[in-house]
Write a protein of this length. Structure first.
Length: 97
């Protein structure tokens, strides 16, 4: 993999998690359908697992191929942006009731 593909992989996983989180949060805010809240909770669990697996894979890949370490760390940095967003959405979701 070249550096651009590594960074793009982090961006794709970030945007997938971000968009699904927005769908769950704003779907519940607009419609008050409990399925969106349940989906958001499940996304929080499974999305965290997916992001952690991607981060672990990037760290392993970067430690094996030292020339790619900077791109892997850059991709991990992009993925870490999801953490404060997920915390904010969780606080919003819990305080709605």
């Amino acid at each position: 993999m070249d550096n651009k593909e590594i960074v793009n992989m982090g961006k794709y996983v970030f945007w997938l998690s971000f968009l699904l989180g927005n769908i769950c949060l704003f779907g519940y805010l607009v419609s008050r359908i409990d399925a969106f809240a349940i989906g958001g909770f499940l996304l929080l669990i499974f999305g965290s697992i997916l992001n952690l697996l991607v981060v672990a894979g990037l760290l392993i890949y970067g430690s094996i191929y030292h020339a790619k370490l900077h791109a892997c760390l850059q991709s991990i940095g992009i993925l870490l942006i999801n953490i404060p967003i997920a915390c904010l959405y969780t606080v919003i979701g819990v305080n709605l009731n």
